[in-house]
Design a protein around this ligand. Sequence first.
Ligand SMILES: Nc1nc2c(ncn2[C@@H]2O[C@H](COP(=O)(O)O[C@H]3[C@@H](O)[C@H](n4cnc5c(=O)[nH]c(N)nc54)O[C@@H]3COP(=O)(O)O)[C@@H](O)[C@H]2O)c(=O)[nH]1
Length: 908
Amino acid sequence: MTSTRNVPRPPGPPRKQAFLKQYLASIAVWPFICILLGILLWFSLLSKSADDRHTAERLAMQETRTLATAYAQYLTRAIEQIDQLTLLVRYEWENSQLSLEALAEQGLFPIDRYALVTVIGPHGRPVTGNRPLGQLPPLVTDREYFIFHRDNRSRDLRIGAPSTGRVSGKTVIQFTRRLEKADGSFDGVVLVSVEPVSFSSFYDGSGLGKSGLLAFIGTDAVLRMASIGDIGRKTATYDAGALQKIPALDKIDGSSALLGPHWFADGHARFASMVALETYPLVAMVGLSEEEQLAAYWQTHRSNMTIGAAGTAILFLFALVATLLSARLAWRKHLEAEVQEAYRLATEGGNEGFYMLRAVQDRSGVIVDFEVVDCNVRGASFYGLTREQFVGSLSSVLNTAEYFPVLMQTYCSAIESGYYEDELKVPPGSPIKVEWVHRRLVRSGNGLAITFRDISLIKAHERELSRMANEDALTALPNRNWLRSYLPQALESARMESHMVALLFVDLDDFKNVNDSLGHSAGDELLHAAALRLRSVVRPSDHVVRLGGDEFTVILEPVEHEDDAAAVAARIADAFHHPFDLARGKNMVSASIGVSLYPHDGGDAETLLKHADIAMYQAKSEGKGKFHFYESSLSEALKARLDMERALQQAIVQDQFVLHYQPRVSATTGELRALEALVRWQHPELGMVPPMAFISLAEETGLILKLGEIVLAQACAQLAEWKAAGIPLVPVSINVSPYQFNRGNIGESFAACLARHDIDPSLVEIEITESAMIGEQDDVATELSSLREHGIQLLVDDFGTGYSSLSQLQRLDMDGLKIDRAFTGQLSKSPEGEVFFRAIMSMAHALGMSVVAEGVETEEQLRVLQSLSCDEIQGYFISRPVPAAEAQVLMQRRYLFPVADPLALPAA
Ligand SMILES: Nc1nc2c(ncn2[C@@H]2O[C@H](COP(=O)(O)O[C@H]3[C@@H](O)[C@H](n4cnc5c(=O)[nH]c(N)nc54)O[C@@H]3COP(=O)(O)O)[C@@H](O)[C@H]2O)c(=O)[nH]1
């Protein structure tokens, strides 16, 4: 059952607030700087623009004033001319009653300049003029100027307001002067009419521009002329509407002012200046178009504004991008810090150590060290420090001078690749307080986030598991699994270093007998001792491996010469020529050794092992306790064996087997007691093949079971046939392989076969080797008693070659012993042979078992056996194994000694 507990997060400001609090200044700095720069830019641009405008206006004012003064002078001169003219006309009139017509004809009063020059008589009618009288105005008594001069004695020039001329119909300014008689009485008026436009010839586009204003006003506040541009001059049109209002005449001192657009007919503001004429009651006025005067300024101003706008846009964009980038960077840092904090908190109290390192760089940017900037408590504890002690420390200080460069290499490669993970066996000298750590290094900004996990226990378990997987539990030697991983590496380094490797396949001869006869613990003891013995005869650098069972492999490396491997193989074989001192007594077990050499006998582990195994079989087949080098011909032998196996299978299917029978007779009378059924293979090509050539192969391949059934069936069938033929029957003894014996149902199969052929069980005997009986004792006893219950006699075959004891045979209730022919062969050769027979026979008889001597080949052997009271004999002296037909003859002959009375034979 698990339970969860909500652990409150340490109190802190909400996420956004915390972020803003920490990073607002660094994010806002860019817009702030940009705003400041913007203000600065605009301030400088606007103040420069203001200065420019002020300067332009000042210059325009000055220009206006200058032009107004000049215009006043111009007007003065122009009016003076008119004034002179009127004075001249008055003088001439008053003194000589001149004719103006005549003067006009002389071109004195040009029409384009003076619309009219005339003398008006006191009665109001023109008297003379620059035109014929008919073209002069008729009566002008109603005209202001006439009334003025008639009623005023002033003889000054009067400048009238513009009015429409009665002759020309045009607007004119009438300049008039009183004429007096000698007595001073009114005598008429000199009239000079001038078109106002005549006073605009002053206009000069280079000074006044396209829209300059020229005007003059009487001190009576009546506008005399106003024109804009030089249009008025060209069209000779008085533009009374040019000036909409009459300015106050208190500023006629030449000072300038900017008059708004409503002052002028064209709606354009102008810098204006008025200057009073000194000699006439007139004020000259000049206006310069503000637009024209400030045109250059406005152009510069527009450029400045464009620069300002562009600068502002750039600053805005810069501020935007910089703000976004710094906000992003800040957010990433914030998240990293959050993750770091969260990880630290999450791992706090756990088994995982965590710390952050900052890369310390030299001036050229090369990383020279790492500093701990944060960690959890567990992370610090790996170094045996508290968190406070650990944070701020440098790797160069924490680690030894020898280990620091190694660590730097790891850290720098992690910085470069972004990720590094390994399991580290903490080297000596490291400050880390555990044996093994799992490290994970992740690049984080300009540093590393590192997690540490103590895996010492896991590693110890792994080591133990690996040891268990790779070590043989009984002998503590490396096992087959280890060999499978090691040998390819060993071969690879041998290939690189061009040396040889020798593989010695060691198999203990007849180990099964020890195991079976003395029990598994004795077998284990022997294997353990064999392992020690193997180890003791090789160099420490060589490897001894237990493959399983009684098979070992010795790897010799490096091997310079084949002789070196031969020497070791010989040493091993010799070592096994000494008995093993086991708890249950001394035991002899030899070892057969097969040797294969890399690269000569194979380029890979599997081939080498297979070839060493083949060589070992060869050594075994050559007599055990020997060694043999692999030769390619051995493989051929193996192939032959496989061919044989296939042929054997086929022979079983095709029933290519026949039985020969060898008689067993009474040692004293020679009477036939039994026939031993001995199988032969009638090979279609090889002819009659003896059992020695195929029984062991049949046993190894399991075909012996099928073959055993065939032999049993043929034997029973033969008995049935002989029985049917009325032949005096003797028991037929059948060889049963240990492989058949341990199948658990031999009693049933024998009983079934006998029943099938209607054969009495007393007519069948079974020969089993010692080794078959000393397998699993209880199982053997059960199977033997099952056979005996069916009435079948049991004989121990090849007695003396195995490890059974007589008491063991008695316990199994065996009926007889067949002493191996090797002992029979010794009978006449050494006294020990007889001693052995005598001892066996007396004990066997004491235990109620009969004794058969096998391999009796000479009469001499027979005599000895007779003298030793041997029960029965078998051997070539009596008969070789013969086909069934001949056996039938032997059965009928009954007494088979080759001599008529063996007892009468001369003593040896
Ligand atoms: N499991 C089975 N084993 C069988 C069967 N048939 C035979 N065999 C075993 O094969 C071995 C060899 O048998 P074989 O070649 O037939 O040799 C027998 C005799 O020819 C030989 N013998 C007998 N007398 C002499 C002798 O005076 N000198 C001499 N050099 N050899 C002799 O001994 C063999 C019989 O021995 P044994 O069985 O120990 O009585 C042999 O081990 C057979 O057991 C089979 O069907 N099944």
